[in-house]
Every structure is written in structure tokens, then in C-alpha cells.
Design a protein around this ligand. Structure first.
Ligand code: COA
Length: 334
């Protein structure tokens, strides 16, 4: 009997509206060429005015539950990883719990910025393997377009909206072989939203100075990301007693194509073993990894028994990685 937690079902949702690089070319001093060569991004999805993070999360969650061949009332716990919760409280997870009718589930949000999905998956694994809960719904969902300054060319071009979800439960085969998490709060100034919390509550001054939007020291984050993506992946492999040659597929956080290529090189992987959707989606923070994982699975790039490395980094600073031995049959044309 395999006592490991694993992924029972997966789903994702992207809003319909697309903003391409030409939009930014028209509205600020930048170019399609600069954005593509420096980041790899061509376009990103943006939520409609009437869509909140919970709406995207709900759609992804229902797909994941269906994929797991379960019903909402079979879910014991809902965790939403997000940096853009609907409101300060209640948690977005509570709103999703009600939307999907998971009447028996507890619910809470997880705050670890772009690493949030791996953090939430790690928590879910503990609950399942310690037999506290049977089925845990883990969602990474963001509406980052609400916290961007669309006059700041250094940040607004990078991010998009979306949601991805998995159901974590006991699997007969494979499962989550390892998870590794880390943080370094001394880097809190590199990537943050300064206002709207207890330190700097909303005021006319914070609004005038756009302090409710993402602020980033791009170069510092870049250097940190290139180092930590490789280090964290190698650590998760070591914890799973595996080596780089055992990796079948890599699902990296989708922040910048140059960061992804550097990670692949460090792991001695060809880019055909690495999933990239940031050209179409941009950086969706906590939603990036589960959306990429869902797309790769549905395109038939990940098969039952494959060792899939998930790795991400983000504000905090935080980072996380995991080796998942894929346990769901199917994929392509499913
Ligand atoms: N269009 C045109 N020029 C731009 C620009 C844009 N959208 N954004 C920045 N620039 C300019 C800068 O102002 C700078 O000009 P200067 O030399 O006159 O000062 C120049 O381009 C180079 O800026 P730099 O920051 O060195 O560029 P870069 O190659 O490091 O790329 C990022 C910038 C943001 C793309 C890159 O640093 C990055 O991806 N960092 C990581 C960000 C990240 O992952 N964030 C999310 C974490 S979860």
C-alpha cells in the first residue's frame, strides 16, 4: 500500500481577455521587441471587471474535482494560494468553498506570493499523509491586473491573471516524493505591495503614490531567481533520492524565459523537457505552476510514472520545489 499523497485531479482557467505587447507599445515607452527579448512574454490574460480571484479559482477547482472523479462534498479542505485575495477577509478559500458547494470542507488562504502553490501543496501533503483529511483542494489563483501600475513599464508588462487547481489525496501509485520550502525575509524590499496592510493602511497619500501596486527591484530578483531555481530543484531531487538524469519534465515558475533557460541548463535539461507558457500568460504568480502543470498534462507531455520537478520563487523572498511522480492516467485528448 502506497502511503503517499499525490495529485488525483487537475484543472485550470484563464480569463478570455488578452493584452498583447502592442498595447504597452501604444501606452508607454517600450516595445514588443524589448519585452519579448528581455522576458519571453508576448501576451497575458486579464480578468474582466466583474471577475475576482475567487471566480477564476472556482472555475479551475470544479475542473480539478471533476478530473479527480469526485464531488465537491468529498473535499475536506480548501487552500487558496494567492497574493490577490478578493478582500482582506474572509479568505478567498472560504468564498470558493461556498461557490463550489464543498459543504464539509475547512478553508484558508496561503500567503507565499509566487511560491504559494508549492507551499499549499506541501501543507496538503501533510494533512493527507497524516490521515487528517482525505481530499484537499489546492488552488493557485491571481488577478494581478488589479495590483499593477499600468504606467510602470518595469512591472506592468510582466504579469497576468489565471487559476490552476489540484486535488491532493492518497494515490496507489507514485505521488509527491519530496517538497522543499525556503524563505529569506531580508529580501522583503525586492518585491512587494507596500500599502493596504497594517503597516501602511489605505490613505489619500498611498493612493496618490500608487503604493497599492507591485514594486520590484527587477535585477535583484533576477539574480536571486537564477540561483534559487537551480538550488531548490537539486534539493528536492536529493530529498527524493533522485538525480538530474531522473527528471522527465520540469514545470518552472513562469517569470522570465532567461530565468527558465538558466534553470534548465543547471539541471542539464533540454528545453523540450521544460514547459513554457509565459509567452501567452506572463507571470501569474501562485497560478503559474498549476496552470503550466495542467496544460502540460493535457498536451500529453506528462505521463503516468514520470518524475516531474516543480520549482518556484517569489516575494518574501520565498521559494519551493517538489518532485511529483505523476499518478494520473490519460492527458492528451482526454
Ligand atoms: N521597456 C523598455 N525598457 C525597459 C522596460 C520596458 N518594459 N523595463 C525596463 N526598461 C529599461 C530600464 O529602465 C533600463 O534602462 P536604463 O538602462 O536606461 O536604466 C533598461 O531597460 C535595463 O533595465 P534592467 O532592469 O537592467 O533590465 P533587465 O534585463 O534586468 O530586465 C526584468 C528587467 C524586469 C525583465 C528582469 O530584471 C527580470 O525579469 N527580473 C525578475 C523579475 C521577476 O521575476 N519578478 C517576479 C518574481 S516572482
Amino acid at each position: 500500500m502506497n502511503n503517499k499523497a499525490g495529485i488525483l485531479g487537475i484543472g485550470s482557467y484563464l480569463p478570455e481577455k488578452i493584452i498583447d505587447n502592442l498595447y504597452f507599445e501604444k501606452t508607454m515607452d517600450t516595445s514588443d521587441e524589448w519585452i519579448k527579448t528581455r522576458t519571453g512574454i508576448s501576451e497575458r490574460r486579464i480578468a474582466n471587471d466583474n471577475e475576482a480571484t475567487s471566480d477564476l479559482a472556482t472555475k479551475a477547482a470544479l475542473k480539478a474535482i471533476k478530473c479527480a472523479k469526485l464531488k465537491p462534498e468529498n473535499i475536506d479542505l480548501v487552500i487558496v494560494a494567492t497574493a490577490t485575495s478578493d478582500m482582506v477577509f474572509p479568505s478567498t478559500a472560504c468564498i470558493v468553498q461556498n461557490n463550489i458547494g464543498a459543504t464539509k470542507a475547512a478553508a484558508f488562504d496561503m500567503s507565499a506570493a509566487c511560491s504559494g502553490f508549492i507551499y499549499a501543496m506541501t501543507v496538503a501533503k501533510q494533512f493527507v499523509e497524516n490521515k487528517v483529511y482525505q481530499n484537499v483542494l489546492v488552488i493557485g489563483a491571481e488577478v494581478l491586473s488589479r495590483v499593477l501600475d499600468y504606467t510602470d513599464r518595469t512591472t506592468s508588462i510582466l504579469f497576468g491573471d489565471g487559476a490552476g487547481a489540484v486535488v491532493i489525496g492518497n494515490v496507489e501509485f507514485g505521488g509527491i516524493l519530496s517538497t522543499y520550502l525556503g524563505s529569506d525575509g531580508s529580501g522583503k524590499e525586492f518585491l512587494n505591495i507596500p500599502a493596504g496592510g497594517s503597516k501602511l493602511p489605505a490613505s489619500q497619500n498611498t493612493i496618490d503614490n500608487k503604493l497599492h501596486t507591485i514594486k520590484m527591484a527587477g535585477n535583484d530578483v533576477y539574480k536571486f531567481a537564477v540561483r534559487i531555481m537551480g538550488d531548490a530543484s537539486l534539493k528536492a531531487l536529493e530529498m527524493a533520492n533522485l538525480k538530474t538524469c531522473n527528471i522527465d519534465y520540469l514545470i518552472p515558475h513562469q517569470a522570465n524565459i532567461r530565468i527558465i533557460e538558466a534553470s534548465a541548463k543547471r539541471l542539464k535539461l533540454n528545453m523540450d523537457k521544460v514547459y513554457v507558457n509565459l509567452d501567452k500568460c506572463g507571470n501569474m504568480s501562485a497560478a503559474s505552476i498549476p496552470v503550466a502543470l495542467d496544460e502540460a498534462y493535457r498536451l500529453g507531455k506528462i505521463k503516468k510514472g514520470d518524475n516531474v520537478v516543480l520549482v518556484g520563487f517569489g516575494g518574501g523572498l520565498t521559494w519551493g520545489s517538489s518532485v511529483v511522480n505523476w499518478s494520473i492516467q490519460g492527458g492528451k485528448n482526454e
